[in-house]
Design a protein around this ligand. Structure first.
Ligand code: ADP
Ligand code: MG
Length: 324
């Protein structure tokens, strides 16, 4: 069902991503490793999970994983491997997680492995292991995804000293649906619920309010068709539930950052602003402001073009209002 809230896991549930899917197949088959990028709620997890499932691959969610130990544990669990099946002798050795991870990779060397939410992985060992895995196992196909580009940058643009230098991944960027596709998505999905009546103008209105973010459209449709809310209620609930999700992501992003200052910047760019306006209003140092804007744009929270900054996702705009 298109309006199911879980990430989609099969091609028949995945709306309008066949082009990206084929591209993923083509790139991985030609021996490249691939990064799937895009904003929250554009359907990254659904695309890569489907890709893994349809090709007997392995999906590994690395949310919260920081180092090699977390990655190794997750990969072992998802590939159904047990510690005592590993050849490495754990009794006499101190556990070397990088060795365990290397062996886990060796066991899955003929498969597609997708890593989701890699944004928090910061261990340099992970890069070393990836490099040796890619060199050793010519058939292994690795895809990763996440939404904070800045932290992904080390993977995407390896510096000359990085073990991955010269092995840049191919990139697939998921964009929100355009309005036409978004409308057609809603109509096709509503058809799965013949008992629910909807009006053309409601669809148009939902797409105007939520934009082409398939995730928000799915929430709206789920509220209408599963919870049987009216059009207005469903929209209201989508915005309110959605802004809670985004608020918690923003809170996470703002940890260890100058929270108050970031919130001030977010409040100003919420409705769109020029660099000079933000600078004037906050009266802060240019470099500090540039750093903040760079972090916000590479986290794909804020859009920026030629000195103008704005927030595209309507739910994020709503969430910012509520940040304290
Ligand atoms: N192509 C698609 N067709 C139908 N529903 C989708 C599609 N992509 C995502 N969804 C739905 O949208 C929501 C968010 O999707 P998800 O894959 O988690 O996005 P992301 O990982 O980019 O945040 C989920 O409820 C999912 O079921
Ligand atoms: Mg996701």
């Amino acid at each position: 069902m298109f309006f199911s809230l879980r990430p989609k896991e099969s091609l028949k549930e995945l709306y309008n991503r066949s082009e990206e899917y084929r591209e993923l197949l083509r790139l991985t088959n030609s021996g490249l490793w691939v990064a799937v990028l895009g904003k929250r709620m554009t359907g990254k997890t659904s695309l890569i999970k489907t890709f893994a499932n349809e090709n007997k691959g392995i999906y590994v969610n690395l949310l919260g994983a920081k180092g090699v130990e977390d990655i190794a544990k997750n990969l072992l669990v998802e590939s159904g491997l047990k510690f005592d099946e590993l050849t490495i002798n754990l009794k006499f050795l101190q556990i070397k997680w990088s060795k365990i991870l290397d062996e886990a990779f060796q066991r899955v060397k003929d498969k597609i492995i997708v890593f989701d939410e890699v944004q928090e992985v910061s261990s340099p060992y992970f890069l070393k292991i990836l490099k040796s895995v890619l060199d050793k196992y010519s058939k292994i196909r690795i895809v990763f995804s996440g939404s904070y580009i800045r932290i992904l940058r080390r993977l995407l643009e390896p510096s000359p000293t990085s073990p991955l230098y010269g092995r840049k991944p191919a990139i697939i960027t998921l964009k929100p649906f355009n309005h036409e596709t978004a409308k057609n998505f809603l109509i096709s999905a509503f058809r799965e619920y013949p008992q629910v009546h909807f009006k053309e103008e409601e669809i148009v209105n939902a797409v105007e309010k939520l934009n082409g973010y398939v995730g928000w459209l799915t929430y709206y449709g789920n509220f209408r068709c599963e919870r049987r809310l009216s059009h207005e209620e469903a929209l209201k609930e989508t915005v309110s539930e959605g802004s809670k999700i985004i608020q918690s992501e923003l809170n996470h992003f703002l940890k260890n950052r100058r929270r108050e200052l970031y919130i001030k910047v977010l409040r100003i760019v919420r409705t769109g602003a020029r660099w000079s306006e933000i600078k004037r209003e906050l009266d802060i140092n240019s470099k500090v402001l540039n750093d903040i804007l760079k972090n916000l744009t590479s986290a794909m929270i804020v859009e920026g073009n030629e000195g103008y900054y704005w927030i595209e996702d309507p739910i994020t705009r709503e969430a910012i209002k509520k940040l304290r």
